[in-house]
Design a binder for this molecule. Structure first.
Ligand SMILES: [Zn+2]
Length: 175
């Protein structure tokens, strides 16, 4: 694991890596620093930014204990490898939707864009994520919604790393 880079935190005045258009200090930084967000959409954005900033600890902290990767050995390293293998080039988030039967369950739609860090082509993922509210008042990423047909699109014509499909860790698809 010689060349794996960890934590590259942006300056508070730099544009937030979640592509909100706001400065990092006014957007995802407080959540990366430990504040709880009352909004699942904000957790989603902060998770994307955490991938961009090589912060596996935030991804792990905001993953629901029922997630299949939770506390698996090698989880932190596999997230870091994923972070290092890609550039995180764009994020669009749709309106969240509260589950009709379970108010503590919210669906978040998003499209995440990425490109291979070593010159691979660009890909985008559509997903509907399930977030659950814990008793501690924290929104945690549970899983991609199994009832939603997610799609993976190759944006550029260049060959992209097939790992984009298979190695995608939880986060915006912890699996
Ligand atoms: Zn942000």
């Amino acid at each position: 694991m010689a060349k794996i880079k960890t934590n590259k935190t942006p300056a508070a005045s730099a544009p937030c890596p979640c592509f909100s258009g706001n400065p990092y200090g006014d957007c995802c930084k407080p959540f990366h620093d430990g504040e709880k967000s009352p909004q699942p959409v904000q957790v989603m954005r902060a998770r994307y930014a955490a991938y961009a900033c090589n912060m596996p600890q935030f991804i792990m902290k905001t993953t629901h204990p029922d997630h299949e990767d939770f506390a698996k050995s090698g989880w932190r390293d596999s997230i870091l490898v994923f972070c290092n293998n890609y550039k995180f080039t764009g994020l669009e988030v749709g309106q969240p939707e509260v589950d009709q039967d379970t108010p503590d369950k919210v669906y978040v739609y998003f499209t995440a864009m990425m490109a291979g860090a070593k010159g691979g082509g660009a890909v985008s993922f559509d997903e509907r994520s399930v977030f659950l509210l814990t008793d501690d008042g924290e929104w945690l990423y549970r899983a991609p919604d199994a009832n939603y047909k997610e799609s993976v699109n190759v944006i550029s014509k260049r060959k992209y790393n097939a790992a984009a499909k298979t190695d995608r860790p939880s986060g915006f698809s912890a699996r």
